[in-house]
Design a protein around this ligand. Structure first.
Ligand code: URA
Length: 235
């Protein structure tokens, strides 16, 4: 790959903008030698105005999603990409959420530019279970565990019943839900089918990966290799 293409793919600008940046001498190696379009030292040795480059592809991030942010690139309001460096929304390949969360759902969200990894994690056959904490409007009635575990629950407008889902009541109006799949507004629609309403929803884990306690709402970082392995482990 050429230097111009590498930097443009990392979102540092259009090819023209990157060419101008290189001509201005802003792109150097780690010893301060100015790089030209024909140079391509190893990724970790390239600097832009003295700063290390963003990580190369494949890149996977972990984010503690706050309330009020959509998992979309083209929403008029706040999006999860507003929480990342501006460049990250312009990367090629692009960073996509692994299983979207609703605007008002919080918690564990992974983003990746690795399409194969994304499909591996979201495919029900991978058994990467997702656990959600739900706060409800009305007291639980006691029929929820059976209804959700039945494998027969048909959501409004759908023809295929839901796979059996796990349910654990935590208090009168709080529960943990474990899903094998990720349908549109699934947890909210499951509770609607049970005659209740979800007030708050937070994703706590994917597979054996828990939302790290030190990751504050709105914070993100690169996913560590051992954390990626945990995604495929049974919780
Ligand atoms: N189920 C929902 O209803 N919403 C989410 O964001 C995730 C799962």
């Amino acid at each position: 790959m050429k230097l111009v293409k590498l930097l443009a793919n990392l979102g540092y600008g259009s090819r023209k903008e990157v060419q101008r940046m290189i001509k201005s001498g802003a792109v150097t190696d780690d010893e301060g030698h100015v790089l030209g379009e024909g140079n391509l030292p190893p990724h970790e040795k390239i600097r832009i105005r003295g700063e290390e480059l963003d990580p190369p592809s494949p890149l996977t991030l972990i984010l503690n999603k706050p309330d009020g942010y959509t998992c979309s690139t083209d929403d008029a309001g706040d999006t999860i990409y507003d929480l990342l460096p501006t460049r990250f929304a312009c990367r090629n390949p692009g960073l996509n959420p692994i299983g979207r969360l609703d605007k008002d759902t919080t918690g564990l969200l992974l983003l990746t530019d690795d399409g194969k990894l994304l499909h591996r994690i979201i495919h029900p056959k991978s058994h990467c279970l997702k656990v959600y904490h739900a706060v409800l409007d009305r007291p639980l009635e006691g029929h929820e565990a059976g209804l959700f575990a039945s494998g027969e629950l048909l959501l409004n407008g759908e023809t295929k019943p839901l796979l059996p889902a796990g349910f654990e009541a935590l208090s009168e109006k709080e529960a943990l839900i474990t899903l094998h799949e990720g349908r549109y507004h699934q947890v909210r629609r499951m509770f609607a089918a049970a005659g209740n309403h979800v007030l708050q929803l937070k994703r706590l884990s994917i597979g054996g990966l828990q939302l790290p306690a030190e990751l504050e709402e709105g914070e993100w970082r690169e996913l560590r290799p051992e954390e990626l392995e945990a995604v495929f482990e049974k919780p």
